[in-house]
Write a protein that binds this ligand. Structure first.
Ligand SMILES: [Ca+2]
Length: 126
């Protein structure tokens, strides 16, 4: 699975505003969860108590999403665990978990005017 995240700090009223943007790019060779030998994958993303979901890609084991999510938190200390979980969508019954990965992210902005800091990273998961 390939995801990309960017963290940056911009000047806020009091403290810098720290934001993280996440782009879910694609996954390959997923498990076939349906009788036809394919799955209907989507990704659930969790960070800082918030949950987002990508759209569902039907009947594929190599889904491409290219979907972007923006998180904004206030303060000079932003860190946490980015959790990605891939599910197979099913019309009937509960969705099947296909796998997950986690990325630890974090940075600290030193000094109230030390801005423009940016981190970019990729998470690869087979
Ligand atoms: Ca399915």
């Amino acid at each position: 699975m390939c995801v990309e995240y960017t963290m940056m700090a911009m000047q806020g009223d009091v403290d810098p505003d720290c934001s993280i943007s996440i782009k879910v790019i694609e996954a390959r060779d997923l498990i076939a969860a349906d009788a036809g030998g394919t799955s209907d994958p989507y990704v659930k993303i969790e960070f800082d108590g918030k949950v987002y979901k990508t759209g569902t890609r039907f009947k594929t084991l190599d889904p491409v999403w290219n979907e972007k999510f923006e998180y904004v938190t206030l303060g000079t200390n932003t860190q946490g665990i980015l959790r990605f979980e891939v599910f197979d969508y099913d019309l009937v019954g509960s969705d099947d978990a296909l796998g997950h990965c986690m990325i630890k992210v974090g940075f600290r902005v030193w000094g109230s005017r030390d801005l423009g800091f940016r981190v970019r990273g990729f998470g690869i998961w087979g």
